[in-house]
Design a binder for this molecule. Structure first.
Ligand code: NDP
Length: 280
């Protein structure tokens, strides 16, 4: 069989159209724009591109962005002072601290300082805990985007076997929690999983968040499965996912491409979270 492509770029554009309308309605009601503060420490080129894309995304849907660029040697105290100020600022509904931070700054301490109501990236212990307990909270952007992509297939998730490869705090674990909320039977795999292919072959929904180029091959996938490829791997100037697209697209029912799958949805969900935080 040949898998249907889940077009993340198109779905992200459609979602941004809806968000724009929601932002306009917000402005009418509250007489101000929803606001997102983006904090970047240092000069990392990839982080600069990500921050630029986030600021551009805000502009596209009518969210006011407040970009804060700090020197690579800024102290943790100064960074926390800025977070405290943004926590108090009524024009700021969401705060995003671009990771990774330089080594002299403790990421956990900084993230813990964010007002959970403004933690639109959802990396703080408080939001991760709320997600685990199934309490209302903002959901981590990449996994939330994956759920939207799965929903776009029209396939009901309830009761399906979902397998997540990867157990990171930013992708694998929150992904598993969101799939559980959708009533999937969820298995999380990682580098110590024995006979990985035997587990992944059971998956009606397979999410790959490993960080290894074309790791998931055709023989690891159940016929007709929905395959979501979170991986972004740069190799000789080209982007590759964690899934061998050529092989897996012959077996799966639905598949996300890289680029043009999960990536465009991540920033879109950040914008959605900012609007949600503004309305809360
Ligand atoms: P991490 O490196 O934090 O986690 C990778 C996970 O993969 C770990 O849990 C690891 O297991 C597991 N793993 C590694 N090797 C194997 C193996 N041989 N078999 C099974 N599991 C394995 O990565 P992230 O979760 O941060 O990111 C994953 C990928 O997603 C990356 O390519 C990243 O660039 C991409 N990404 C994409 C985003 C997007 O917007 N599209 C956003 C965020 C990430 P263990 O825990 O045992 O080490």
């Amino acid at each position: 069989m040949s898998a249907k492509i889940i077009d993340g770029k198109k779905i992200a554009e459609q979602t941004r159209g809806k968000l724009k309308a929601e932002a306009e309605a917000f402005v009418k009601k509250y007489k101000r724009q929803p606001g997102l503060a983006v904090v970047l420490v240092g000069e990392d080129p990839a982080s600069k591109v990500y921050v630029g894309n986030k600021v551009a995304g805000c502009e596209q849907v009518g969210i006011k962005s407040f970009a804060h660029y700090l020197a690579v040697d800024v102290t943790q105290v100064k960074l926390i002072e800025l977070i405290d100020k943004l926590n108090r600022d009524k024009a700021v509904d969401g705060i995003l601290v671009q990771l990774p931070l330089p080594k002299h700054i403790d990421e956990r301490t900084v993230l813990a300082r964010l007002d959970p109501k403004k933690d639109v990236d959802c990396f703080s212990v408080s939001n991760a805990g709320a997600l685990l307990l199934g309490e209302p909270c903002l959901a981590a952007c990449t996994p939330a985007g994956c759920i939207e992509l799965i929903k776009s297939t029209g396939v009901s998730m309830s009761g399906l076997n979902a397998v997540v490869i990867g157990r990171s705090n930013i992708v694998g674990k929150p992904m598993a929690m969101l799939l559980l909320q959708e009533n999937c039977t969820v298995t999380i795999c990682h580098s110590r999983t024995k006979d990985l292919a035997k587990v992944t072959k059971q998956a009606d929904i397979l999410v790959a968040a490993i960080g290894k180029k074309e790791f998931v091959t055709g023989d690891m996938v159940k016929s007709g499965a929905i395959v979501i490829d979170v991986g972004i791997n740069r190799h000789e100037g080209k982007l590759y996912g964690d899934v061998n697209f050529g092989e897996v697209s012959k077996v799966a029912g639905y598949i996300t491409p890289v680029p043009g799958g999960v990536g465009p949805m991540t920033i879109t969900m950040l914008l959605a979270n900012t609007l949600k935080a503004a309305r809360a």
